[in-house]
Design a protein around this ligand. Structure first.
Ligand SMILES: Nc1ncnc2c1ncn2[C@@H]1O[C@H](COP(=O)(O)OP(=O)(O)O)[C@@H](O)[C@H]1O
Ligand SMILES: [Mg+2]
Length: 239
């Protein structure tokens, strides 16, 4: 599935161009964070990679293959949970997997334990707080044992302690060998989590650098302007 080569990706709904000839190579390790102004196409890029919407043109090459091998999971900014128990939200998602019922239940217990929701297993998912909902969504994705995990602003509406809990889970998923590709508006989070930064603006990848290099010395004027404009208030308000 890796490296993933994205070549000439274009997304141009009627009358305008959102992504224009986007090129990017993603390795199969670490946490890559996509940064960029509002409307740059960060969420869109994740949806295109997840196969949720088609591009107008361009090419994706997953290792040697035209399609990802299925081990791909995505968590949205507002997780879509079933109106069922916490346990069933994970267990139900595993039903299409080639595994028996006992294994499915064991896997569900395991991931709920790991995200700190084992004690809420029987509760309705509707009763969860925002941070717990996001942890449940991560557990559901983790249960699929993804090779690539796509996260769209996973902490956008969470307070600092819920954010920290989500960041810990994301690190653990990375440590287990999944590639993580995520967006965030929280530059503090980007510095805490990112191995590399993909800076998206004006329809293209303006910069793809190690996080250390990006924050120390952004190369493009667009990235410098973004960091100067965003830093004072984005970190504080996380929005
Ligand atoms: N499915 C879609 N069809 C048409 N336009 C879309 C679609 N999804 C997103 N867009 C547009 O693409 C632009 C980028 O959106 P988005 O990816 O949500 O930005 P970001 O996540 O970087 O803030 C926006 O102008 C949005 O309206
Ligand atoms: Mg977005």
């Amino acid at each position: 599935m890796f490296p993933l080569h994205i070549r000439g990706l274009r997304f141009a709904p009627v009358g305008r161009v959102v992504l224009d000839n986007l090129d990017l190579v993603l390795s199969g390790e670490g946490i890559s964070v996509i940064l960029g102004p509002n409307g740059a196409g960060k969420s869109l890029l994740l949806r295109l990679l997840a196969g949720l919407i088609p591009a107008d043109s361009g090419q994706l090459l997953w290792g040697e293959a035209a399609q990802p091998d299925g081990r791909l999971a995505m968590v949205f900014q507002q997780p879509m949970l079933l109106r069922m128990s916490v346990f069933t939200n994970v267990e139900f998602a595993l039903r299409p997997q080639p595994m028996g019922a006992a294994d499915r239940r064991a896997r569900t217990d395991e991931v709920l334990e790991r995200v700190g929701l084992a004690h809420r297993a029987k509760d309705s998912a509707r009763l969860l707080s925002g941070g717990e909902r996001q942890r449940l969504a991560l557990a559901r994705a983790w249960a699929m044992r993804p090779r690539l995990l796509l996260l769209d602003e996973p902490t956008a509406s969470l307070d600092p302690s819920a954010t920290e809990a989500v960041e810990t889970i994301v690190r653990e998923i990375r440590t287990e060998g999944a590639k993580v590709l995520m967006t965030t508006h929280n530059l503090g989070q980007a510095t805490r989590l990112a191995d590399d930064i993909i800076f998206l603006a004006e329809g293209r990848v303006q910069e793809h650098e190690t996080a250390q290099r990006f924050f120390a010395r952004p190369q493009s004027s667009a990235a410098r302007a973004f960091l100067q404009g965003e830093l004072p208030w984005r970190i504080t308000f996380d929005r």
